[in-house]
Design a binder for this molecule. Structure first.
Ligand code: F6R
Length: 605
């Protein structure tokens, strides 16, 4: 989604803003722009498409200034054109604004302003912000901010410069993240901490309904009634290494290879002597013991992680676990009482629908546990308990290490709950805990065969439709594999429970139809094999992912993954699918780390 960076300080603003925008690129965008405070007027430079277009324009402009704001825009209202790109300026040139989020009542406000004689140049909701500020402004900027932002419905993170106040950036926030960073003789604003990497020594999150006034040597915070707010600043420990590709051609490949290390790091303090220690949810034991139902709510890949975790939760804890897509859950009045546990999963911790689902569950009295990677983040800050997945910064838009660490966190949650509910014996708990510890080595074995995937991938670049099938845990992995391939290679992929094919979709299978069949669940492999035979007899070409122990008589391409127990197989069996997606997209020449139309952090609904 959109990214904001703002700088005011002792140094030139432009290099800091460009570097910040480059760091925010991973969030996804289709146009970009900057505005510099040039004393007499704002210097605004914008362009469609990638940052290099903007940088080319900047190179031929006078960009000396010690304060400015920058933005990467992921279009919501209006096409990704230069006119619609941010920053937007008020008609009188007094205010210059960058905005993330959606002002839902923008058209009503715009109509009112048009009646008062204002004219608009863009199709965006954002343009109402500088225009309304100029309507309310009588020399008192904070008062104009209060009146303006009080009248907005929807979500916003906004940075504003006012012509009357040199080198000052004002900020406001509701529902979209915004962070204020403090440096030495320089201060910043950004949508995420990584964009503050080198400059800010400490940082603080702006809360909903708060304003910030950022000057080069001071930062002040106010609430909606313009009372002073005091904030605690945290040390900025963002590692520069997390912002580099570390010798890999793409962030996605780097992140795929990081998975064994990240999972080891996640489990290292939590599994000791065959026991699981999830101290972060120790306070939830009473609720876990009496719980009668569990909802796991998430979006996209995090939803697929929930699907994979559901089998372990139901099997180990003997509790119904309902997996739900956050954008559906939030509008369907789910029956929640004090015997319902809710788990929300989010890599970014900022997904708008997952945040809304968490708040809904909370408002109905449920204790919500968040499985989150980015800390701090809105979900991590607001939910009752947090299990951090510790995957480190994930830059590629298509998640890999984010997904597998979520699944492993769910396995540990399942074992912890089973131990509290006494639904597994100590011996069983020990057995499964040991099996979790084997996962990183299983992934390493698959990764060692990386080159094989490059070879296979060539056969699929000209395909328009690919089916992924599997049963049970294999279906969870198939769903994630299909999403990976479609989002980065733009091939239409459909994942289906293998037994469901014959209820309609098999009508599409013909000579040469590619079917990727997952057969890693030993308990069900004979059933899946029958479904594979059904499509083979209609001409399908099978690419089989199977476990060493599963034999077959098919004549097909295959990848064999190491032995692992069925219930934990969605982690190692998804690795071939990640690599497969990566190499197909690479052979097709796609923009792997930043696929078109996608955003890393989906902060609008
Ligand atoms: C796909 C992908 C998305 C995210 C989804 C939820 O590769 O990354 O489907 O999983 O947008 O994002 P988070 O986990 O940040 O809530």
């Amino acid at each position: 989604m959109c990214g904001i960076i703002g700088y005011t300080g002792k140094n030139q603003a432009m290099p800091v803003i460009v570097k910040g925008l480059e760091t925010l690129e991973y969030r996804g965008y289709d146009s970009a722009g900057i505005a510099l405070d040039k004393k007499e007027k704002f210097s605004v430079i914008k362009s469609e498409g990638k940052l290099e277009n903007l940088i080319r324009k900047i190179e031929s402009a006078d960009v000396s200034s010690t304060a400015g704001i920058g933005h990467t825009r992921w279009a919501t209202h209006g096409k990704p054109t230069e006119t619609n790109a941010h920053p937007h300026t008020s008609e009188n040139g007094m205010f210059c604004v960058v905005h993330n989020g959606i002002i839902e009542n923008a058209s009503v406000i715009k109509n009112e302003l048009v009646k008062k004689g204002y004219s608009f140049v863009s199709e965006t909701d954002t343009e109402v912000i500088p225009q309304l500020l100029s309507y309310h402004y009588d020399g008192n900027m904070l008062e104009a901010m209060r009146k303006t932002f009080m009248s907005f419905e929807g979500s916003f993170a906004v940075a504003v410069m006012c012509k009357d106040e040199s080198d000052v950036i004002y900020a406001a926030k509701k529902q979209s993240p915004l962070i204020v960073g403090r440096g030495n003789g320089e201060n910043l604003l950004a949508s995420d901490v990584s964009a503050l990497a080198d400059k800010a020594e400490t940082f603080a999150y702006l809360e909903d309904g708060e304003f910030a006034v950022v000057r080069k040597d001071s930062v002040e915070f106010y609430d909606m009634c313009l009372n002073h707010v005091t904030k605690n600043f945290e040390k900025n420990e963002t590692q520069h290494a997390e912002n580099t590709k570390g010798g890999f051609e793409h962030y996605m490949l780097k992140e795929i290879f990081e998975q064994p290390e990240k999972i080891r790091n996640l489990i290292k303090d939590k599994i000791k002597n065959g026991k699981i220690f999830l101290d972060e949810i120790a306070g939830l034991s009473l609720e876990i013991a009496k719980a009668e139902k569990l909802y796991i709510v998430a979006c996209g890949s995090a939803y697929h992680a929930a699907m994979a975790g559901k089998y372990a939760l139901e099997e180990f804890c003997r509790i119904p676990a309902e997996v739900d897509i956050a954008s559906e859950f939030r509008y369907r009045n789910p029956p929640i009482d004090e015997k319902t546990l809710v788990v929300v999963i989010s890599q970014s911790g900022e997904t708008a629908d997952t945040i809304a689902a968490m708040r809904l569950a909370n408002s109905k009295g449920a204790f919500v546990t968040g499985i989150v990677n980015v800390l701090p983040s809105t979900i991590a800050n607001e939910c009752d308990y947090v299990i951090a997945t510790k995957a480190g910064r994930e830059v590629a838009v298509a998640t890999t290490k984010g997904y597998t660490t979520q699944v492993v966190a769910l396995y540990m949650l399942a074992l912890h709950m089973a131990s509290v509910r006494k639904t597994l014996s100590d011996k069983e708990l020990e057995f499964y805990a040991e099996k979790i510890k084997e996962i990183p080595a299983q992934i390493e074995t698959v990764l060692a065969d990386c080159e094989k995937f490059e070879k296979f991938a060539g056969k699929y670049t000209d395909k328009n439709n690919i089916f992924f099938i599997g049963r049970n845990t294999d279906f969870a992995a198939a769903s994630e594999g299909a999403l990976k391939l479609k989002e980065i290679s733009y091939i239409n992929c459909t994942a289906l429970p293998a037994g469901e094919l014959k209820h309609g979709t098999i009508a599409l299978v013909e000579n040469g139809t590619p079917v990727i069949a997952l057969c890693c669940n030993e308990r069900l492999y004979k059933k899946t094999m029958s479904n594979i035979e059904e499509v083979v007899s209609r001409g399908a070409e099978i690419f089989l992912i199977r476990k060493e122990t599963i034999s077959h008589k098919l004549n097909c391409s295959e990848i064999v993954i190491p032995e692992c127990i069925d219930i934990f197989s969605p982690v190692s069996e998804v690795i071939p699918l990640q690599l497969f997606a990566y190499f197909v997209a690479k052979k097709k020449g796609c923009n792997i780390d930043m696929p078109k139309n996608l955003a890393k952090s989906v902060t609008v609904e």
